[in-house]
Design a protein around this ligand. Structure first.
Ligand code: CA
Length: 255
């Protein structure tokens, strides 16, 4: 796969409370919350725990849940030790490269999102853990109303909360050339989906795409920190990590 990434403090905030992890076969975006510099600490420290998944194989749903629980417990421990970090928390969304099954694993806690661009069509893979999403689910809001709703920043799950996180895990099949986009709400809240789809699909390499997406969020007002990771699948993603079995060779796929 090819990967690009970019982050920007935006035009309003003093510091960037987002964090990102770009690994060998794990990619994660986190959006920290908390007074003073605590949000920065929360997103960074959570990623330090979750990054351990990068050297594990295979990574399954249980390992993702355990890593999120460990990260959340670590934030709670640190918040108890440091007065200024009380209440710090973070959202997270991540992607794990495919195992032998060929499925990419996607997870999220909170409202940082992962999208897929396949065949030119953008779909949101993750479902926000947010008050606004709950209202959408109950048919009480339209997507348009949700974008400007006063409660749009209130998450119903995060790492660092006393409630144990319950991450959602999704499995996604990508064809060569398909892309995944991980982002904080500084992108999804500032840039319309059709613009995201256009920038993601216009043929720039993943790094140029990541920079263009961040520029669009800043140009749109930059009211929040913005962070993106763009991953483009290629033909070797599953087989490079897991050499074909002899059975697969029998079928001629070990070229
Ligand atoms: Ca944010």
């Amino acid at each position: 796969m090819k990967v690009g990434h970019a982050t920007h403090v935006g035009l309003v905030r003093d510091h960037n409370e987002d964090a990102l992890y770009v690994g060998r076969r794990l990619w994660v975006v986190a959006d920290g919350m908390g007074g003073h510099a605590a949000g920065e600490v929360a997103s960074r420290e959570a990623l330090a725990v979750i990054a351990r998944l990068d050297s594990e194989a295979p990574v399954d749903r249980a390992r993702v849940v355990a890593a999120c629980e460990e990260a959340s417990s670590e934030l709670i421990r640190q918040a108890r030790r440091h007065l200024g970090r009380r209440g710090m928390a973070t959202t997270v969304t991540g992607v794990v490269a495919p195992d032998a099954s060929g499925a990419w694993l996607v997870f999220n806690v909170g409202d940082s999102r992962t999208y897929r661009l396949a065949g030119g069509r953008l779909t949101q893979v993750t479902v926000d853990h947010s008050e606004v999403q709950a209202l959408l689910d109950r048919g009480l809001l339209t997507p348009e109303e949700a974008r400007s709703h006063p409660m749009r920043n209130i998450v119903t799950q995060c790492l660092g909360s006393p409630l144990a996180p319950n991450p959602d895990v999704f499995f996604v099949i990508l064809a060569p050339g398909d892309r995944l986009l991980l982002c904080s709400d500084g992108l999804s809240g500032m840039v319309a989906d059709d613009v995201i789809a256009t920038l993601l699909g216009r043929g720039d390499d993943p790094q140029a795409t990541a920079e263009a997406l961040v520029e669009a969020a800043v140009a749109g007002g930059g009211r929040d920190n913005v962070t993106v990771i763009v991953i483009e699948a290629d033909a070797g993603d599953a087989s490079a990590l897991h050499p074909p079995t002899s059975e697969a060779e029998d079928h001629g796929s070990a070229a």
